[in-house]
Design a protein around this ligand. Structure first.
Ligand SMILES: [Zn+2]
Length: 497
């Protein structure tokens, strides 16, 4: 065995996880102690104690561990994983400048492929069995083919949310080549690859995004949109979507962090959901992570990690930071009134729900995010016999949210197939993957030049408390939360319609 792991995918056969603490995430959130989960073909066949299993079943000892549904990340710019950690000290403005204005165009199809391939394995390694690839670097259909190819090479479940930051959504969605790509790849994709359209709504009163929503409707694709992003999108975009009938139960509002009550009520009334990227909102500056607000309106929540140009790709981080941000806000709001919070509202159980069932709900996949007979067999075993953190196991939801981490993911099953076993990915060639990613890093680095590469990774702080203009804006249109914008990406909104 090389520095990678076994390169032969395991032959699909029935698999049973024996004697674990099972978080079924069924409607009653049943937790079963010392229970088995039997997987046959692509489905959960049975959940219970001392199950009889077919001959030849792979037996996995889950004792001392937690068995739960595979986690679901509803918003991740997977192509950016090839730049892992590069932007750790960025703000959202620096991110926009780097990708949207300056260097996003430098990504070739093979670079999108490299990022997606790395991110896809990264997700599986962390027990994230479904990831929405919010793929807004698709400047040509060749880029899109590369993105989809990578996702289909990895044995996980993915949704390609097609986007292109180098053109207005009304422009690229009108491209017949894009539409035929979506129809063709969708027809041949099977159950493991879904599709959405990914674009943002600026709040321009002429609503140029209408054309893109119409394409989504014609193709029967859900729209996922960065909403409530300080300085970029706001209530005006939500109002336009609402007034024009484009807020549907399938619509996913990513961040939804700097919106007012009106917008939350519109999202609630139309049955949409939010994808909260707490780690992103906290350090990039979209606004305060929205769970403390949206749970008041009963808006369905799912979790996401956004991009590995800053953060990791594991939902343990998402669960942990979301609990922290929500509780922090609850305490601070109370302190401002002179009160003390004696009981927190948001529980560990809630964030585990959001990381599993919540994602399934957002994707309209009632067969994911739960361990019940008939559900799709996307299963995670958290168990690490070599770690003192694995015991005592007293509060399983709390253990998942606050104690566990990626290295504790022992087994991952997607669609009935074991893709990680005994802490090692099955069927990955990490050495080859590293070479693929290295070639992309090399390309970008030489494209920028050594000096620029370093300068962009470690942005200088301006002298004193000087406030700089925000050099990025989606369009010429100035929304009411953006000031001092001077850059533009798409040119005149409405052009190209
Ligand atoms: Zn995003």
């Amino acid at each position: 065995m090389s520095d990678s792991v076994a390169t032969t995918p395991m032959t699909p056969r029935p698999t049973v996880l024996r004697g674990g603490t099972v978080l079924t995430m069924d409607d009653r959130h049943s937790v079963l102690a010392g229970a088995d989960v039997l997987v046959v073909d692509d489905r959960v066949a049975a959940v219970g104690t001392a199950l009889d299993v077919p001959e030849g079943t792979l037996e996995i000892d889950a004792s001392g561990g937690i068995v739960m549904p595979g986690m679901i990340d509803t918003h991740r710019h997977m192509w950016q994983t090839a730049m892992r950690g590069y932007g750790a000290d960025w703000t959202l403005t620096q991110y926009f400048v780097w990708y949207y204005l300056e260097h996003g165009k430098a990504f070739r199809p093979q670079d999108v492929y490299a990022g997606n391939l790395l991110s896809a394995w990264d997700a599986l390694e962390a027990g994230v069995t479904t990831t929405v690839d919010w793929s807004h670097g698709l400047q040509t259909v060749d880029h899109a083919e590369a993105a989809a190819d990578a996702l289909q090479e990895v044995p996980g479940r993915f949704v390609l949310a097609y986007g292109n930051i180098q053109a207005g959504p009304w422009e690229w969605t009108a491209d017949k080549a894009v539409q035929s790509f979506l129809q063709r790849r969708r027809a041949s994709a099977g159950d493991l690859l879904g599709f959405q359209l990914a674009f943002d709504v600026t709040g321009d009163p002429s609503f140029p995004e209408r054309a893109a929503f119409e394409v989504a409707r014609d193709l029967g694709l859900a729209v996922t949109t960065h909403a409530g992003v300080w300085g970029a999108t706001n209530d005006a975009g939500i109002r336009l979507m609402f007034d024009n009938g484009f807020m549907t139960p399938e619509t996913v509002y990513v961040h939804a962090a700097s919106l007012t009550t009106d917008s939350y009520q519109r999202i609630a009334a139309t049955g949409g959901s939010v994808s909260v990227s707490t780690e992103s909102e906290q350090s990039a500056g979209q606004g305060y992570p929205a769970t403390w607000q949206v749970r008041r309106y009963d808006i369905p929540v799912s979790l996401s990690m956004d991009t590995s140009v800053w953060w990791s790709g594991d939902l343990f981080s998402a669960m942990r930071t979301t609990l922290g941000a929500d509780r922090s806000r609850e305490h601070l709001e109370a302190h401002a009134r002179g009160d003390t919070v004696t009981h927190v509202h948001l529980r560990a159980e809630h964030v585990v729900d959001w990381a599993t069932r919540g994602g399934a709900r957002v994707l309209g996949r009632g067969d994911l995010g739960r361990l019940e007979p008939g559900a799709k067999a996307d299963v995670v075993l958290i168990k690490n016999d070599r770690s003192p953190v694995s015991f005592p196991l007293l509060n399983p939801y709390g253990h998942v949210a606050f104690q566990a981490q990626r290295g504790d993911v022992h087994t991952v099953i997607v669609d009935g197939r074991v893709v990680k076993h005994e802490h090692r990915l099955v069927g990955v060639d990490l050495a080859a993957l590293r070479r693929t990613v290295d070639a992309t890093v090399e390309h970008l680095r030489s494209d920028l030049g050594e000096e620029q590469w370093d300068k962009d990774m470690f942005p200088d702080l301006p002298e004193g408390d000087e406030v700089l203009d925000n050099p990025y804006q989606y369009t010429e249109y100035k929304s009411d939360t953006t000031r001092g914008a001077r850059g533009t990406v798409f040119g005149e909104p409405g052009a190209g319609r």
